[in-house]
Design a protein around this ligand. Structure first.
Ligand code: SF4
Ligand code: SF4
Length: 356
């Protein structure tokens, strides 16, 4: 797989169980600039409707489900990450178990699209202050690896990343369960066990995974692998598609911003601000005019949009394919997905799923 932060230090076993991982060519997602987070409030700054997240904890207002072998790998790595995991185990026995570590029921009840990014009580136990924020970055889970608050190709990127997340999540669940079965029952920590017992156990699952042979791993059921690989091919084929001659305009959300309008297409986290005169162009596109003709007519009426605006609106999900007129390979793959009963994702963005 092309070098991308989402795939750094994935366990080798993943490629054995899901070879499609090796053929991925992910978008770079250069717009997700965590070192200068576009969603973070500016301390002391004016209220900004596009900056809603707490300035320090941001999207780490989340309780990841860390499978046993990743918890063990972070513990073995040592340093702040290991300290944070020990502190999490010590603080609250709920959510610490043989499959791994996850949040508590109370945290799950508190978590929603409205509290994500904004509720300090939901801060991840592995979060640390500073620009990098994650103390277990090399061992973070599927959700944390694939979450991008803004993408380079709107809903197409999101659908791609959500499918990578689903594939990694299946791997995490299957491997964690397989590793539990590798440890004799009497050697597994009981509820309420001490930090040392949990640490020893989690590290033992990491060691067992490292020692697993391809033949052993081959016994793990990966019934979803073919479907997930096909979905990844579909979404890969849609990435960076050029703007077609004819498009359908979409506005999922609209906000009044004085002389301008903020339009939401694929995500509330990536609104596009346009002059109000965009609504004239919107009407022309809605009437079915190809976008070049619509631009000419809009120019005659005094509006100054150009091909770059159209490309921007396309990438942000404010323009879409006319139904049934997607590129040929997308239609073929979609038909294949329907044949296999696969549910395709429209890439709409909310908060990441808590069960990750
Ligand atoms: S992924 Fe999180 S930290 Fe990174 S830019 Fe987006 S909200 Fe900010
Ligand atoms: S594991 Fe790391 S990336 Fe994930 S929520 Fe926690 S601090 Fe953020």
């Amino acid at each position: 797989v092309k070098e991308h932060p989402a795939f750094v230090d994935l366990p080798d076993a993943y490629s054995v169980l899901f070879p499609a991982l090796q053929r991925l060519d992910p978008p770079d997602e250069s717009r997700t600039t965590c070192h200068a987070c576009p969603q973070a409030q500016i301390p002391g700054g004016p209220e900004d409707p596009d900056r809603r997240y707490l300035h320090d904890v941001r999207c780490c207002t989340y309780q990841p489900r860390l499978p046993n072998y990743l918890a063990g790998r972070a513990l073995r790595r040592g340093g702040v990450g290991a300290d944070r995991i020990r502190a999490r185990i010590r603080r609250e026995p709920e959510g610490v178990g043989v499959f791994g570590i996850h949040g508590t029921r109370a945290q799950a009840e508190r978590y929603s699209a409205g509290t994500f990014g904004r509720d300090r009580e939901l801060t991840c136990p592995f979060w640390v202050p500073g620009p990098l924020s994650c103390s277990i970055w090399r061992d973070r889970n599927s959700v944390c690896r694939t979450w991008h608050c803004r993408t380079t190709d709107g809903a197409r990127s999101l659908a791609y990343w959500d499918t990578v997340r689903d594939a990694l999540q299946v791997l995490e669940l299957r491997l964690a369960a397989w590793l539990v079965r590798q440890v004799p029952e009497q050697d597994r920590p009981a509820d309420g066990a001490g930090v040392e017992d949990w640490e020893r156990y989690y590290i033992s699952t990491t060691d067992r995974l490292l020692a697993a042979t391809p033949a052993e791993l081959g016994q793990i059921d990966m019934a979803e692998a073919d479907g997930l690989a096909l979905m990844l091919r579909i979404y890969q084929s849609m990435l960076h598609a050029p703007v077609p001659e004819q498009v359908v305009p979409i506005i999922a959300e609209i906000e009044d911003r004085g002389d301008n309008l903020a339009l939401g297409g694929y995500s509330r986290l990536d609104m596009v601000t346009v002059p109000r005169s965009y609504m004239a162009l919107y009407g022309l596109l809605l009437s079915g005019l190809p976008w070049r003709e619509a631009l000419e007519k809009a120019h005659e009426a005094g509006a100054s949009f150009d091909a770059a605006t159209i490309d921007l609106l396309w990438r942000r999900g404010l323009l879409s394919w006319v139904p049934g007129e997607e590129p040929r390979e997308v239609i073929v793959y979609r038909e294949l997905a329907a044949e296999h009963g696969l549910q395709l994702d429209d890439g709409a963005r909310g908060a990441p799923p808590i069960a990750g």
